[in-house]
Design a protein around this ligand. Structure first.
Ligand SMILES: Cc1cc2nc3c(=O)[nH]c(=O)nc-3n(C[C@H](O)[C@H](O)[C@H](O)COP(=O)(O)O)c2cc1C
Length: 249
């Protein structure tokens, strides 16, 4: 079965299957009724996660995955109610959020975005205006948090000078959004500075967590950190995921 996407555009990236890393295949464009049904499936997934014991829900609208493909004009070439204008491209994300809000407390729902990232072969011609609309609408719904990846995911933080992250964070909060989580390339000192300067309420760590099973303890005690091994990122096995050592002095 072909993967599903807003438009029939094959991404220039690789993915894992049983043969290892392979080129991704061409997707099929979703029909309108399928998009509506997908939004409802997010609500079902939320209830499943709640049953499984999760404390909160983060809607993943980042990094070139399905919702992000609807948001950005490199991957969304539709000419119906889900494509074209910024409002139309943001429709799927907002319908997903609204379906979830019907079944789950909004103060336990967050959303992750990556406005400047081209990860997974994605891009947009006018990210500031696109994401200003997106974060304003998320703010109006009073989400628990906006999780914002600054720059290129896992790469330079100043990858795209067209995006003003401070402005996006402000818009989210002035419209009723609760908290900002920021991410990408932070160490302890940078994270503390971001909190002190009111640039974020929380800071998320990616590969430092991957490489340090006891990251919180190490940061609290200023213990040295294990260095992440990029060669085992996305490796397809347990190697590089569960075999980094705990700190011992
Ligand atoms: C091996 C690996 C797997 C990742 N998988 C995901 C993922 O599935 N979804 C996602 O949104 N980000 C994923 N990321 C990106 C991280 O969430 C994070 O945004 C990125 O590593 C930048 O943060 P950092 O500088 O603290 O590592 C992954 C990163 C790594 C290194």
């Amino acid at each position: 079965m072909a993967p599903q996407a807003p438009s029939v555009i094959r991404a220039n990236v690789k993915t894992f299957n049983s043969k290892g890393l392979v080129d991704v295949s061409e997707p099929k464009a979703l029909e309108i009724h399928e998009i509506k049904s997908l939004a409802q499936q997010y609500a079902k997934a939320t209830l499943n996660a709640q049953k499984a014991g999760f404390d909160m829900i983060e809607v993943h609208a980042a990094n070139g995955y399905l919702i992000d493909q609807f948001l950005r004009d490199k991957t969304n070439h539709r000419d119906d109610m889900y494509g074209g204008s910024i409002e139309n491209r943001a429709r799927f994300l907002l319908e997903v959020i609204d379906e979830i809000i019907k079944v789950y407390p909004v103060n336990l729902i967050g959303c992750r975005i990556s406005p400047a990232s081209t990860f997974n072969d994605i891009d947009d011609s006018d990210p500031q205006n696109l994401y200003s609309y997106v974060v304003t609408e998320l703010g109006k719904r009073k989400l628990a948090y906006l999780h914002i990846i600054e720059g290129e995911t896992g790469g330079p933080r100043d990858a795209n000078p067209k995006v003003n992250f401070a402005e996006l964070k402000k818009l989210f909060k002035t419209h009723g959004g609760m908290n900002i989580i920021t991410n990408n390339g932070y160490n302890k000192a940078m994270a503390e500075r971001a909190i002190e300067n009111n640039e974020a309420d929380l800071v998320a760590f990616g590969d430092p967590f991957l490489a340090n099973p006891d990251l919180v303890k190490r940061l609290e005690n200023n213990y040295p950190l294990n260095t992440p091994n990029q060669r085992t990122f996305y490796g397809g096995t347990e190697k590089g995921y569960i075999d980094y050592p705990f700190y011992s002095d």
